[in-house]
Design a protein around this ligand. Structure first.
Ligand SMILES: Nc1nc2c(ncn2[C@@H]2O[C@H](COP(=O)(O)OP(=O)(O)OP(=O)(O)O)[C@@H](O)[C@H]2O)c(=O)[nH]1
Ligand SMILES: [Mg+2]
Length: 448
């Protein structure tokens, strides 16, 4: 609130400028980051405050927004505060999410000048910005997930198909953390993820549990790796009742059940089956097993024989994966940000693909609408409560000790119809009206 004061100007009039709005807290997806470590150092982040307005109609500057960089694949959920329940998914470089908006600035007293109120002795207060708690989870972004029992040969496949160097050893649970590798194709790359082996009950936490399944939730294709050798390399005659094919089918069913129990989406992903370690059995046996197993599984799922020792079947597997990921991306079923797609050069605002354009801005833009609704409740004789966002904001915005500001609130409430509703419930001038934490004696001076 300010009035013009100058030596030779009498009654200079109100000249209070508006306050600036508070800065937003914004998460920005940054493809150069790989983890969330940078955010561990602090637990609270706050954007800059708006600068108050000043005399001579000088408006305050807006608060500086706070930009926090997160790696692609960050899922954000607001778990507390007024932002609770909102969520964002940051996958593309440069993508932004405004997770908490700064509060609006208040208007200076100059704005409240009317022919009748030429010297307003009050100004609006700024509103508080949004506050809350966020949970950030990083999920790997891979096109293809390698799944299977422990020791099936998943990491060996990743090592042969890509330049990744995961640990490989002849015992179960060699892999304790997911590994990523890039498979180079002729016209693009795809990312493969090797996760720890799964066992029965993994979806309930058995073995290393389902913790790592989250990392393959966003793949567009799974490679289910089944060890061909333990059944066929032994001296069990193939084709015997309850023989190797039944046993492989049982292992297959077991893993598929765990995937489905973890998340239906995983069950619905297309898959390729790799019968691994084919070098450990003779060619004829391996081919017979392939034919029998493929017949069991049905025509919809390709089954391939592979050997990470000799490299047999690996070019065919690579071709299959590259083709299927590309066709999934073409259908829009895959991740829109697949490195094999047209993004990845970091070009922003390139209008070549509408669907990607649509993903580039914030995933979710939350704009509180103008909610004018309110509710009047009679608490007891002489006391009422009014609830509703518009009324709450009105009261929050002004100094309630200031009689002029109070008169302004009364006038606004009358226009909103609040006075009428109060009167319908037995309100008489001067009764207590509670709005949020405030208790006001309204309409005491000028009942109508
Ligand atoms: N002969 C032969 N051995 C293989 C082949 N693939 C994997 N192995 C062996 O099988 C064992 C397990 O291989 P890994 O690649 O570590 O298996 P994994 O599925 O990643 O196992 P976990 O990480 O424990 O789930 C290792 O001793 C590998 O050397 C193959 O094609 N031929
Ligand atoms: Mg492994």
């Amino acid at each position: 609130m300010s009035f013009r004061r100058e030596a030779h100007v009498a009654r200079g009039g109100p000249d209070g400028g508006d306050g600036g709005r508070g800065g937003d807290v914004v998460l920005v997806c940054d493809a150069s980051l790989r983890d969330l470590r940078a955010l561990r150092r602090r637990s609270q982040y706050r954007a800059g405050a708006g600068v108050p307005g000043r005399g001579a109609q000088r408006h305050g500057a807006n608060g500086e927004q706070l930009l926090l960089a997160v790696p692609p694949g960050t899922e954000v959920t607001a778990t507390a505060g007024e932002i609770e329940g909102r969520s964002w998914d940051l996958v593309l470089d440069g993508q932004r999410a405004v997770v908490a908006r700064g509060g609006a600035g208040g208007r200076g007293n100059k704005r409240f000048t009317t022919p009748k109120r030429q010297a307003p002795q009050f100004a609006e207060q700024g509103l508080a910005g949004e506050e809350g708690e966020l949970e950030l989870a990083l999920k790997l972004l891979a096109d293809v997930g390698l799944v299977g029992l422990p020791n099936a040969g998943k990491s060996s496949l990743l090592a042969r198909l890509t330049r990744a160097t995961p640990k490989v050893a002849a015992y179960p649970f060699t892999t304790l953390e997911p590994n990523l590798g890039v498979l180079e194709g002729e016209d693009g790359q795809i990312v493969l993820a090797d996760i720890p082996g799964l066992i029965e009950g993994a979806s309930d936490g058995a073995g290393l549990g389902d913790e790592f399944l989250a990392h393959i939730e966003r793949t567009s294709l799974l490679v289910h790796v089944i060890d061909l050798a333990p059944e066929l390399a032994g001296d069990r005659p193939s084709g015997a009742a309850d023989g190797p094919i039944e046993s492989m089918a049982a292992n297959y069913g077991l893993i598929e059940r765990e995937l489905a129990l973890h998340d239906r989406r995983l069950a619905e992903l297309p898959r390729v089956i790799a019968l691994s370690k084919a070098d450990l059995v003779d060619d004829v046996t391996a081919r017979a097993a392939l034919a029998a197993f493929a017949a069991r599984i049905g025509p919809d799922i390709p089954v391939l024989l592979t050997s990470s020792a000799t490299g047999a079947g690996l070019p065919a597997l690579a071709t299959e994966l590259l083709a299927r990921v590309r066709s999934a991306a073409g259908k829009g079923a895959g991740r829109p940000d697949s490195p094999s797609g047209s993004v990845g050069d970091g070009a922003q605002g390139d209008p070549r693909d509408g669907s990607q354009e649509a993903l580039l801005p914030e995933h979710m833009v939350f704009r509180p609408g103008l909610q004018a609704g309110y509710e009047v409740t009679r608490l007891d004789a002489g006391a009422f409560a009014v609830t509703g966002p518009a009324v709450a904001r009105l009261v929050e915005r002004f100094d309630l000790e200031n009689p002029e500001a109070l008169a302004y609130i009364e006038a606004r409430m009358r226009r909103l119809g609040v006075l009428g509703s109060l009167q319908a419930k037995g309100f008489s001038p001067g009764d207590e009206v509670r709005v949020g934490d405030a208790a006001l004696a309204l309409f005491a001076s000028r009942p109508r």
